[in-house]
Design a protein around this ligand. Structure first.
Ligand code: TYM
Length: 351
């Protein structure tokens, strides 16, 4: 529940893997940047979650990808003064709360997660980290007592699991956690691959498949080429509910970025060829992404500023995380050590 006179707390996260793409923007980032004065927004670059791909990583240091992601978040319009942007591994409370929640999570709940089932199909990926990934995500959200979590459709199940875990903890130990609710846009919550509209546009596929994604910092000529090559069909259907998956995906991108109502979009494209549709989608995507790319190219050249901004973000939000974790430790019977105790234990060779 939101207390009177208090701004609603919004929390969300993004992995720092590879290029952020148009689906990340329409599903999540475009929601993060609106109403920054009306909300208390906390946004986390989840580098610990990214380690679930550690086994397959061609070593690009995650820290570099964290900076690129931070630069893109600011370039998309997140204001580090009005919202907080920080890195998950900079606040150790995330990993600590995740462990405590792991001890309350039935394995069956985790095995049912569709993202786990899809990724665990490759045996090398099926690590304990991948299985417990949603518990770390629950810890992210619950630490900050977030009311709302703006995400794309693929994260809905994880937010529901978070709410379930919060209710379970509250039943066992008394009212502690706020029950979070997902915020999912009606348009653009699930953008599909341009080369294959049967699968979700995804960062991990971008490395091997050149025309799968539109990266948020892609140059205009690459954006146009990728859209003009997008898979469609041989017909003329441009109504959302009758169009083939590839055409529907292009219409959805247009809808999410133009924010025009569906009937207006359908009459605008009625009787026009897919070439015209693709051309107009490309114009719109380029117009929206051009200023983002320009800001990004300036910011990414300044790692000192980015590091300082991320440190500032962690300093702002860590008191919230520490106070929640302290409360949880008390309730579960493990107290935080008194100041100095850890140092004494270390010097005596105890830990
Ligand atoms: P990630 O990094 O995969 O994606 C970041 C956000 O982008 C959305 N998204 C999409 N939306 C529409 N169409 C697509 N094709 C598309 N692909 C991605 C995602 O739904 C997400 O909102 N588990 C999360 C990161 C996370 C998190 C959290 C999110 C960790 N802790 C706490 C919310 C709250 C993830 O992997 O997102």
């Amino acid at each position: 529940m939101v207390q009177q006179n208090q701004k609603p707390r919004i929390f969300s996260g993004i992995q720092p893997t590879g290029r952020l793409h148009l689906g990340n923007y329409t599903g999540a980032l475009s929601q993060w940047v609106v109403n920054q004065d009306q909300n208390d927004g906390i946004y986390c670059i989840v580098d610990l979650h990214a380690l679930t791909a550690l086994h397959s990583r061609t070593i690009v240091p995650i820290v570099e990808q964290v900076r690129q992601t931070a630069a893109l978040l600011v370039a998309c319009g997140l204001d580090p003064e009005r919202s907080s942007i920080f890195v998950q591994s900079h606040i150790s409370a995330h990993a600590e709360l995740a462990w405590i929640l792991n001890c309350l999570t039935p394995v069956g709940w985790l095995e049912r997660m569709t993202q786990y089932k899809a990724k665990a199909a490759q045996p090398a990926s099926a690590t304990a980290g991948l299985l417990t990934y949603p518990v770390l995500q629950a810890a992210d959200i619950l630490l900050y007592r977030a009311n709302f979590v703006p995400v794309g459709e693929d994260q809905k199940q994880h937010i529901e699991l978070t709410a379930e875990l919060a209710r379970r903890f509250n039943r066992l130990f008394g009212e502690t956690f706020v029950i979070p609710r997902p915020l999912i846009r009606t348009a653009g919550a699930r953008i599909m691959g341009l080369d294959d509209p049967s699968i979700k546009m995804s960062k991990s596929l971008a490395e091997d498949r050149k025309s799968h994604v539109i990266g948020l910092s892609d140059p205009p000529d690459l954006i146009r080429r990728t859209i003009m090559e997008a898979v469609t069909d041989s017909g003329f259907e441009t109504r959302f509910e009758r169009a083939s998956p590839g055409v529907k995906n292009l219409l959805t991108i247009f809808e999410a970025l133009s924010q025009r109502p569906r009937p207006e979009i359908e009459s605008h494209f009625a009787g026009k060829s897919y070439q015209v549709l693709k051309g107009e989608v490309a114009d719109l995507v380029i117009a929206v992404l051009r200023p983002i790319r320009e800001r990004y190219l300036n910011l990414v050249d300044d790692p000192g500023w980015l590091d300082q901004m991320l440190r500032h973000g962690a300093q702002k939000v860590s008191p919230i995380a520490i106070s929640t974790l302290d409360q949880v430790k008390k309730l579960t019977g493990i107290e935080r050590p008194q100041p100095g105790l850890q140092t004494i234990a270390r010097s005596e060779g105890v830990c």
